[in-house]
Write a protein that binds this ligand. Structure first.
Ligand code: ATP
Ligand code: MG
Length: 601
């Protein structure tokens, strides 16, 4: 537990002027426009709401994942909000593991979460906490609630308890155990803790109001018996706090000011406030209490953002593990080549609201393109190779052509690309019988080999089945790019190429969207009334295609996670798992243009 958490500091002497100033100037970027979470913080700073308790930080937020799976793109929104807002106001954001459910949580997930948040570019300093570190305090608070008549041990079965709970339209009924005396409750609760009872035989419930219109206030369970090994606390405990009980306590113990969460917790807020009111009355923390504020979760088309579904995809091997580049996990996105800055840009661009919405996957891709367009060096790759033979070029000759590493950043320099008699070009850059407006190679036509020469196509070779296996051309020796003669030739086609003798042959994985439909598993127009769709059936069966590509030789030296634009193709990354020294393997991150907009319209 953090040392400051329970220290009541007398801050009367602290003047508002000593408080870090409120950010009032207009945001640097229009996309960082104000949102209601930022507005709430600003209002609290202006009103001095947290001054009475202020420790060193004006704002404390937290990102509280449960370590029961890998983080997904939805979490990135929450991470960017919590860390981003804290950073913006000069405060702190805690990374807190909500590890209250021993049967589903593992160290592997803790490690993956730490990796992912750090990779996104956020830093929590020493503010790393585990709910399990507070189990002792949570237990102490539970005994306090029992002593105050605010909690009781219920011994109904789960089914009976459900039957007593009532419905949205009917009030619940009191459990026959609701009026147990304090002594009996304490005794039972201590024996629960001592391991005397089987799982499910008793629960500790808050004693609030079985007739409340909010079902969450009808004496919610706060502790259950679970004889299970915990990945951190081992076998110290056989009773575990419920998430709804643990969360407000964690916030209060850590001096959180703003507890941002997704909308499904809105109905839990009265309990959050109720619980903290009891504990503040008990003098356990210095007021004022943290406040829970809800925002709408990220829903993204063409993927699923639910740990349960992601676990299923991994367990049933529809994908190759948690970091499969098609998976909307941060580990998958990283391997796919999405830059962390792309996620931050995305989070800013989609903003935050209270309204549920579905964000188009193309919005995410556009953010990635924007970042990559600026940062990724250009390279040349032929993904569907066809041999081009320059019949009038000397057989044993090689020369160097030069290509800029970034068209807008001359400071990134240029690199040499060998040019020779035999080149690889894209199969689609030659046709025998061209359609209208086709400006690339066909017999009789001229096109430029980018950064090299203009060539005139003469003929092609075919195999017995009539497939084109090589294209022939002549080059125009005075047309070399960068020489005065280059301007003498006005050609419309501009092709990329790789010298066959120097090319790096390499598997390139062309990843596409994981699902073929925008809302996997959702019913579609025209479905029979009784049809239930399974999201797994909506997987895009060609989301991973591997091609044998021919790459320019410089790409041999790419290091894991180096990102490039392959000219005319899109953005690619050297796979961080499968790449070896001098033998990188590439993944397509995203195409240059949105090819799905057309399809889904
Ligand atoms: P899932 O619903 O995918 O299982 P979860 O909410 O159970 O996710 P947690 O580990 O409890 O996962 O989430 C940690 C934090 O991330 C919570 O504050 C939660 O509100 C937030 N979060 C989870 N999913 C999203 C999402 N799709 N958009 C925004 N925030 C999210
Ligand atoms: Mg959860």
């Amino acid at each position: 537990m953090p040392a400051y958490a329970l220290e009541f500091r007398d801050l009367a002497a602290r003047q508002p002027s000593q408080h870090p100033s409120i950010v009032t100037q207009s945001p640097k970027e229009p996309s960082a426009a104000s949102n209601f979470l930022r507005a709430a913080i600003e209002a609290d700073l202006r009103g001095g709401r947290y001054l009475p308790r202020a420790d060193d930080q004006p704002v404390r937020t937290r990102f509280p994942p449960e370590p029961n799976g890998y983080l997904h793109f939805g979490h990135a929104k929450s991470i960017c909000l919590n860390f981003g807002l804290a950073e913006e106001f000069g405060g702190a954001c805690h990374l807190r593991f909500d590890d209250t459910n021993p049967t589903k949580e593992e160290q592997e997930y803790v490690d993956a979460i730490i990796d992912a948040v750090r990779w996104l570019g956020f830093d929590w300093g020493d503010d790393e906490y585990f709910a399990s570190d507070y189990f002792g305090r949570m237990y102490e608070f539970a005994e306090f609630l029992i002593g105050a008549g605010k909690a009781y041990v219920d011994s109904l079965s789960a089914d009976e308890m459900r039957a007593h709970r009532g419905t949205l339209t009917e009030p619940g009924k009191d459990s026959p155990f609701r009026n147990r005396g304090i002594e009996e409750n304490l005794d039972l609760f201590r024996r629960m803790r001592a391991g005397e009872f089987a799982d499910g035989s008793h629960v500790l419930r808050a004693r609030i109001d079985m007739a409340s219109p909010n079902i969450n206030m009808r004496d919610p369970a706060i502790y259950r018996i679970r004889h299970a090994h915990h990945h951190r606390s081992g076998d110290d405990w056989c009773i575990y706090p419920m998430y709804t009980y643990a969360h407000p306590i964690e916030d209060a113990l850590e001096n959180i000011t703003h507890s941002f969460c997704t909308l499904e917790f809105e109905d839990q807020r009265p309990f959050y406030d109720w619980l903290l009111e009891q504990l503040y009355a008990g003098g356990f923390f210095p007021p004022p209490a943290p406040q829970q504020i809800e925002f709408s979760r990220l829903n993204l088309s063409y993927v699923v953002l639910s740990k349960r579904k992601l676990i299923q995809l991994v367990d049933e091997r529809h994908v190759d593990g948690w970091d499969d580049p098609r998976l909307p996990t941060l580990a998958g996105g990283r391997r796919r080549g999405y830059p962390p800055e792309g996620f931050r840009l995305f989070a800013e661009r989609i903003g935050v609201s209270k309204a549920d919405s579905l964000i188009e996957y193309s919005v995410l891709e556009e953010c990635m393109r924007e970042v990559l367009n600026d940062s990724a060096e250009r390279r040349v790759a032929v993904l569907d190779p066809l041999k081009l033979i320059i019949d009038n070029y000397p057989e044993d000759q090689t020369e160097e052509c030069f290509a800029p590493n970034h068209p807008l950043k001359p400071e990134l320099g240029r690199r040499a690309m060998p040019f020779g008699r035999e080149l690889w070009i894209e199969r689609e850059d030659f046709v025998e019988d061209p359609p209208k407006k086709y400006h690339r190679l066909y017999p009789g036509n001229m096109a430029r080999l980018r950064y090299g020469y203009v060539v005139r196509c003469t003929s092609c070779d075919k195999d017995d089945d009539g497939n084109v296996v090589a294209v022939h051309c002549d080059y125009l020796p005075d047309s070399r790019s960068g020489t005065p003669g280059a301007d003498n030739y006005k050609v419309k086609g501009n092709l990329h190429w790789v010298a066959a003798a120097h090319a790096y042959p390499c598997d390139v994985r062309l990843f596409d969207r994981l699902f073929a439909v925008p809302a996997p598993g959702a019913r579609r127009e025209g479905d029979a009334p009784d049809l239930v769709r399974d999201f797994v059936d909506d997987l895009n069966r060609s989301s991973r295609v591997v091609v044998q590509a021919q790459l320019e030789p410089a790409l041999r030296e790419a290091k894991a996670e180096d990102r490039f634009q392959f000219e005319r193709h899109g953005y690619f990354v050297a796979d961080r798992v499968d790449s070896r020294q001098h033998r990188p393997v590439f993944n397509r991150t995203v195409t240059l243009k949105d090819s799905w907009a057309r399809l889904s319209r």
